[in-house]
Design a binder for this molecule. Sequence first.
Ligand code: FE2
Length: 231
Amino acid sequence: MTDFHMHVLPGIDDGSRSVEMSLGMLERSASYGVETVAATPHFYAWENSPQKFLSRRADAYGQLMEAAAGREDLPRVLLGAEVCFFDGVSGMDELEELCLEGTDLLLLEMPFTRWTERMLREVETIQRCGLLPVAAHIERYLDFQPRAMLDAFMDLGVYIQCNASFFLDRRARRALKMFRAGEIRFLGSDAHNLSSRPPNLGGAVELIEKKLGREARRRFEAEADFLISGE
Ligand SMILES: [Fe+2]
């Protein structure tokens, strides 16, 4: 199982504050059967240049890997980013380097407002560059979008990631409906720490298995694994 969205790298964003906390987050993930974690620190173009971000990310990753050396009980960590949408994001030269390691999958945090046609065209341009945008935590935008806008977005063929919490709150029914329709391609915890926003994939996959069966869960996990294999 893969956790596609986690702020697990120490000291780079508002996620893990220390190497110890990062190790704890990986341990917690392993206890839920997570084998792969996508490390997706926030990338805000107005805070860091891509070069600065990549260098800070490499430092944080190096620290974590040093501490995790020999720990075969921990999930593997793939490097990625949660790229915050901005007007012109599709034209950023280094976009490819912000994709999940070994893939063309780009985790994109869309605006928490009503989307516009112009935003959709921007996403489409990213796709035309050969990248595969993955909309981060889809459930957090739903209330802002009229049905037609959401349909137009889905029609772009963008991959969808949702947070485990979508399955664990009052919207579980909607989460299951989207899952059943094959609209959700990746699950993530979007974990930032071990307390208020901890790794929590366990409850979500249990619910999926209980409501939709073990085979549905297995197929979902296999498809996600295939996509992150970069083939
Ligand atoms: Fe996030």
